[in-house]
Ligand binder design. Sequence first.
Ligand code: SF4
Ligand code: FES
Length: 389
Amino acid sequence: MIEAGNTQETESICAVAPMGLLAELTHRCPLQCPYCSNPTELERSSGELSTEDWTRVFKEAGDLGILQTHLSGGEPTVRKDLELITRAASDAGIYTNLITAGVLLTKERLKRLVDHGLDHVQLSVQHVDAKLADKIAGFKGGYSKKVELAKWVKDLDLPLTLNAPMHRHNVEYLDEIIEFAVKLGAERLEVAHIQYYGWAFENRHTLIPTKEQVYRNADTVDEARERLKGILAIDFVVPDYYAVRPKPCMGGWGSSFITISPTGKVLPCHAAASIKGMEFDNVKDRHLRDIWLHSSAFNKYRGTDYLPEPCKSCEFREIDFGGCRCQAFMFTGDAANTDPACSKSSFHKELLQIAEKESQMNEDDFMYRKFTKQTSKADASKVDAAKVD
Ligand code: SF4
Ligand code: FES
């Protein structure tokens, strides 16, 4: 446990130290995936934290007890100072995981990042079919670059995780995706069904698979886990809409994880800014430790005392913490409510009905992720990596 230090507020609370820090270094990205977990209001590069800011933040994070950071985005490799940021995290004693789409890296730069303390690479995969991968990402030629990057990662003896966000357009290709992960030499594969926040929420009718497809995926994962023991570890995340009980989102609000946005906003989860009326502190104004312990945002839904019925008297409340605050806000208008993914929520039936209806829609008119939100189909052929600066 850590104790309150230099505080600006009078309340006295005690929190365990956070373990992980998601560092969204930038929202710039050459890809335009329609399920991107970034907020729909993307933060512009003009407001991004500087190298010095991130260096200080990682020092504060190390002092706070953070053990692992995910260097993410957007696409983190668009930051020209990624080497220095990686060094700062590593010097603070923090394990560094680069989450990348892999389309901008060269072997030389990857080697430099390793020399600056990079410990792990997590590579996203859109599809095993190169053309479909281009269509989903709104970017041409990504597939072959990912294969190349995976090889360099292995050449440099780094651990590799593949992250395969699952949806209607790749859900029937899970066997091939697993095979692809083995072929690339990944130690871990995340078969992560899309969670419908932000961009994915806007595109839900084009993405959500049927319940039967998700269940078939679960069987495929069970079989592959058995067959690939000692070769490939597989994580499996189901979409909330077909769950009976919700996931313990973030392991509980403000219990183990911090997200920092490109401009320095400190959030209890990557989607927290979607909850209207909340205020978030900035690392430019306040020490990370002070924010973690005393900010109104982190304390608002910490623990389980605030939970209303049915969570209040439910035996699972210390296991799932009532689910996800962001999803509760999206569906019920109050982030304190029970996550509608729970079958005990009065909104659960509606959630399932939406999923069942939209999973039957034969649409692929994606609203691609862009700085200016658009309403019509983007032309993937116009997308160019050079635009990220
Ligand atoms: Fe979890 Fe609340 Fe549902 Fe109980 S009622 S299972 S605590 S979300
Ligand atoms: Fe924000 Fe679940 S995504 S609490």
